[in-house]
Design a protein around this ligand. Sequence first.
Ligand SMILES: [Zn+2]
Length: 280
Amino acid sequence: MSDFYLNDADHPTPDFVLAAATDVAELLVIGKRPDNWPETQLPIGAVAFEDGYYGLWKKTEDGQTQYTAPHAEVPNDFAIDIQVSGAQGTQTALFLAKAIAAVDKKMLANFSPLASFASSAGTIRGSDVREDWQNLKVKVVTVIPGYESTPADEQPVMAIRPDGAMYVTPKIMDDGNYGDPNYMSGKGMNYAIMHEMAHQTDRGIAVAAEQQHQYRQQHEGSLAGYYDRATPNKYMVEQEHQVNNIAINMGLYIGLDVPLTGITYGWQTGDYGGFTGNPS
Ligand SMILES: [Zn+2]
């Protein structure tokens, strides 16, 4: 089974996706095939991912937004808000949706709310991670809020801003970026999602607070320059290292295909059951 269908005759893609997809508002990732769908075909406006996950486009027409295929509420709905018009927006959303489906399935199956594992940043708890995951909002945007003045080639492809949303620009599909199949052995998107999720965990937040506090003490109370990636400071590097540690160990813990090498600022293995890993 392929990851998703764009032009498969058995899985028709709505023509608004292939033509002028200026009115696509959302891609909903659902983890259960609705009972009212035909058994062998997908309804127009739906896409199939692996592992029994599906996608459903929401379209805006005459000021009204609506799903383009019949949809019954299912427990693990996950909406991607698409604010970029045209194929760039839809392709980025499709790419993200595929990874989100994989993470969702493994997170729900393999990280019980009662479970936990040790990381160098402290104990990572299933109850915390699952709540963070459930509350995560993903938005496809042209420019990440707060990074408007950053040169396009330095613009981060993803960040969790203070409103708790994970912002992704279509640049994530560029060569050498997380969506590039030649980058991080094709596991870049899984890494990116795990990394941003790790920032949302209690320990990820604590590690950032601690390092930023230390940085401020050295810089007259200011955080200016903290995220200067051209000349990284040791506090930001330590923060990212610890977050990577949570991210990669969490990916391994839930059985997600994550990269073990090529990770900026590196990581070190956790202690949840004998994995000895390959820290970089
Ligand atoms: Zn980070």
